[in-house]
Ligand binder design. Structure first.
Ligand SMILES: [Zn+2]
Length: 489
């Protein structure tokens, strides 16, 4: 199935079919019904929530010879004509690719010509904020004295980028994000008419992921239908979206509340091994803190959250465990980590650091500092560093040391230590003697690290490596013995 198939197929054809923008459709219908139509409109709001769809319906409605309460009849000659998307009376311009002054000048020339077979010519200029300054000036001249047979509809996601002179000429409509409830209802209608089998829960999950956009919701639905083998289930949806189960979030916050560090590390390890995207998880943790806050502070919390009843009950119960201040600090900590997560090579260490930070009650600034350290630790690859060390030794003609080091592949960075794991006694002396040279080689790369020669050559598990790193970050607060977590003091 083509990616945008459902969105195109279910594009609304009448004002009544538009969802979530009743405040706009009603106003437009009233204008048409009473014959008080403007010549320039501004439609502003997020992507995929119906700006161009409504603009097209409006273009038909103003031309309809027999409009019903301001809606196009769909039968008259104008309606039939304009149902053809390439009809010359509706002109759609993408300002992103036609943003030069010449484009608008050309438009101004064409504006003079009368419509063919309809009352109005309607210009829909999408992404209008992309126009150049001179193009805006040219457009303004047309907007100041529009011919009576022309209507402009300017659509944009970023109204604040438009010059005040343009804004003041337009009747403005602010589009809203569509609610989860409305999106779920739409999905139900679409799936029913496509005869696709589904779980109720799955629909909600897709609607939530659509984040208020009809287009995104239906595009996601397209992907999921293509992926699903028969029935669309919640599990299938979560697999495609890489999103987290409610239960998982509740479990994680339970561990945070109990200050169960061992449990948290295990949890992160499991999530990491399952191949889940850590950035998505961290975003969801921030949202979970917000949701608990809403549970605590709003009387009709589930009108906002729209959760299934059993999940909502769990959220309510959990929200009792945390006070508002704690939840706000969680929101800030998880919400503020996005940037670090994007650039680190070790998102897992970052998540561990975040979790321990909120458990130890670190302040906002403190969390940032710790994350920075963790991100740096996560971003240095010991093997790459080691490769440069070997190169350095070779260039300085330290032949024996260079050859010996070239044979070693098991190296690690832990805090301020560069650990070289060896199992050969002969190697040990050479390494001890060469330690200073190796440290210079590290310094040459801008790394102030102590060289530690480890003869046991134990390959540590990632979890154990992280425990050591975490202790470096948190210091005395965390007690760790023999690679195992001991407790928070
Ligand atoms: Zn009509």
């Amino acid at each position: 199935m083509e990616n945008t198939a459902l969105y195109r197929k279910y594009r609304p054809q009448t004002f009544e079919e538009v969802i979530g923008q009743e405040h706009i459709t009603r106003a437009l219908q009233n204008q048409i019904a009473s014959g008080k139509i403007g010549h320039a409109y501004l439609f502003t709001g997020s992507r995929g929530i119906g700006k161009t769809s409504i603009a097209r319906i409006f273009a038909r409605a103003v031309n309809c010879e027999n409009s019903q309460n301001g809606s196009p009849c769909g039968k008259c000659s104008a309606c039939t004509r304009l149902q053809n998307e390439s009809d010359i009376n509706i002109i759609e311009i993408d300002a992103a690719s036609n943003n030069r002054v010449d484009d608008i000048r050309e438009l101004r020339e064409k504006v003079k010509f009368m419509p063919v077979g309809t009352k109005y010519k309607v210009y829909i200029i999408d992404e209008v904020h992309m126009l150049s300054d001179s193009a805006f000036n040219a457009l303004l001249k047309t907007l100041e004295e529009p011919p009576s047979h022309v209507i402009f509809i300017l659509a944009t996601t970023e109204a604040h980028k438009l010059p005040a002179t343009i804004l003041s000429r337009c009747i403005r409509f602010d589009f809203r994000l569509v609610s989860v409830k409305d999106l779920t209802r739409l999905l139900q209608k679409v799936f029913d008419s496509e005869q696709i089998d589904y779980d109720e829960d799955a629909l909600r999950q897709i609607a939530v992921a659509g984040e208020g956009s009809v287009r995104d919701t239906l595009s996601i639905a397209d992907c999921i239908v293509a992926y699903a083998d028969g029935k669309v289930t919640k599990e299938g949806v979560m697999k495609v979206l890489g999103s987290t189960d409610y239960d998982l979030l509740v479990k994680f916050f339970g561990l945070l509340h109990d200050k169960d560090v061992g449990g948290v590390l295990e949890f992160v390890s499991e999530v990491d091994n399952s191949g889940k995207n850590m950035s998505v998880l961290v975003k969801e943790l921030s949202r979970h803190a917000r949701n608990l806050l809403i549970c605590r502070s709003c009387r009709q919390a589930n009108d906002i959250l729209n959760l299934p009843d059993d999940v909502f009950e769990k959220y309510m119960a959990q929200s009792d465990l945390f006070d508002e201040r704690t939840l706000i600090s969680y929101m800030q900590a998880f919400g503020g980590a996005e940037n670090e997560l994007r650039y680190t090579l070790s998102p897992r260490l970052l998540l561990e650091t975040l979790a321990l930070s909120v458990m130890t009650g670190s302040s906002g600034e403190d969390v940032k500092k710790k994350l920075k350290i963790a991100a740096q630790m996560g971003s240095i690859s010991p093997r790459t560093v080691w490769g440069k060390v070997v190169l350095y030794l070779k260039e300085r003609r330290l032949i024996a040391l260079h050859v010996a080091c070239g044979d070693i592949t098991d190296v690690a960075i832990s805090g301020n230590d560069f650990i070289i794991n060896i199992d050969d006694g002969m190697m040990l002396n050479l390494m001890r003697e060469g330690r200073r040279e190796i440290e210079s080689a590290l310094r040459w790369q801008g790394l102030e690290l102590n060289v530690v020669i480890n003869t046991k050559n134990i390959i540590k598990s990632p979890c154990e490596q992280d425990v050591e790193k975490l202790q470096k970050i948190f210091g005395e607060v965390l007690t760790i013995k023999g690679g195992k977590f001991n407790g928070i003091q």
